[in-house]
Write a protein that binds this ligand. Structure first.
Ligand code: PMP
Length: 362
């Protein structure tokens, strides 16, 4: 393949060309230091500047209040499924879980091994075709935290508004929609996200944690799993994933230079709109998995009339340079992941292909 394709993969996913080009330019000699950023000590001045600038960019773009700590951890979003209960319920108390998809379920299953849990709401019986309503939320008596997933990568659903949980810390897995829309960080006790969708490459996990919660962590557990130790050491307790963080830095600068979150939020609505419009105007040829008011702007999931057509759709799409469209086995069909770095042209090209494919195959 001599040209870049439109990559609709759910994560790792497409990165901005400008970012890849800049990383390439800087690869051998980062800012006249005579070596790659990858070769710099994580404790040296050159890397430290990148590290701290990345935090500052996140603070600015996400408007993170001063009473929050920004951490760069490893182990993916999946390690957070363990770290959260280990830090907050392993010594007692109950954690509530809102189940709206596979990753929420995974988080819940991990927590169950570690402490007392309660399912505050679930749409599992509906095969996760929508998120939950406020009225469905049944919190336990005094939860230590409430865990939720803002965007369900596999099922293609997304919370448009976040649940009200009073004074209980709301813990949110934003792996697949962080930086895609404006959020009010102050509504959350802890936000986490694997970087490999909207933030950069895999290898680093962003955690934004309210500082008062750092005082409540279980200190009687391995150091590498303690939020307070990571915070005290500016996420440099051990060797940080420096190259991944550097790429996150470039992605954040790219977001900033291209208009910031508000601009991307509008663009994401427009981009997903092209594809949902084709689904809605297809007379049932394309069937969306998500209920309309739960539709994700990041992961668009739909089926065709039968599996052979889905196979053909994926094959023909690939030939046209539209790749990564195969849905997850639990939903089947097609999934188009259209994170910030997916260009508008990519979504237009997919929408056009969908219209053509229906014409030629019905
Ligand atoms: N949560 C969500 C919402 C995800 O989409 C994913 C990965 N696709 C994960 C958690 C797991 O992330 P990781 O592979 O970084 O552990």
């Amino acid at each position: 393949m001599s040209e870049r394709v439109f990559n609709f993969s759910p994560g790792p996913s497409t990165l901005p060309v400008e970012v890849l080009e800049l990383a390439q330019q800087e690869l051998l000699n980062f800012k006249d230091s005579g070596m790659s950023i990858m070769e710099h000590s994580h404790r040296g001045k050159v890397y430290e500047a990148v590290h701290n600038e990345t935090k500052a960019l996140l603070s600015e773009l996400l408007e993170i209040p001063a009473n929050y700590e920004i951490l760069f951890l490893q182990g993916g979003a999946s390690l957070q499924f363990d770290m959260i209960p280990l830090n907050f319920i392993s010594q007692g108390g109950t954690a509530d879980y809102i189940l709206t998809g596979s990753f929420a379920e995974k988080a819940y299953k991990e927590a169950k091994k570690i402490g007392d849990t309660h399912v505050a709401a679930s749409t599992k019986e509906l095969n996760y075709k929508r998120v939950i309503n406020q009225e469905e939320l049944q919190l336990s008596e005094e939860p230590v935290y409430v865990h939720m997933t803002s965007n369900n990568t596999i099922f293609g659903t997304q919370f448009k508004e976040f649940p009200e949980v009073g004074d209980v810390p709301l813990v949110c897995d934003m792996s697949s929609d962080i930086l895609s829309r404006k959020i009010d960080v102050s509504k959350f006790g802890l936000i986490y996200a694997g970087a490999q969708k909207n933030l950069g490459p895999s290898g680093v996990t962003l955690v934004i944690i309210r500082k008062d919660l750092l005082e409540k962590v279980n200190t009687n557990q391995p150091s590498m799993l303690r939020y307070d130790i990571m915070a005290e050491n500016n996420s440099l307790y051990n060797t940080a994933p420096t190259f991944s963080i550097y790429l996150v830095n470039l992605v954040l600068k790219w977001v900033k230079e291209n208009g910031g979150i508000n601009k991307f939020e509008k663009q994401n609505e427009e981009k997903a709109g092209f594809i949902y419009e084709v689904i809605d105007n297809s007379n049932g040829y394309y069937k969306g998995h998500a209920e309309k008011d739960s539709r994700s702007l990041m992961n668009i999931t739909f089926r065709l009339p039968h599996e052979d057509l889905e196979k053909a759709f994926i094959e023909e799409g690939t030939k046209l340079g539209l790749v990564g469209l195969k849905g997850h086995r639990s939903v089947g069909g097609i999934r188009a992941s259209v994170y910030n770095a997916m260009p508008v042209e990519g979504c237009k090209a997919l929408a056009k292909f969908m219209v053509d494919f229906q014409k030629n195959n019905s």
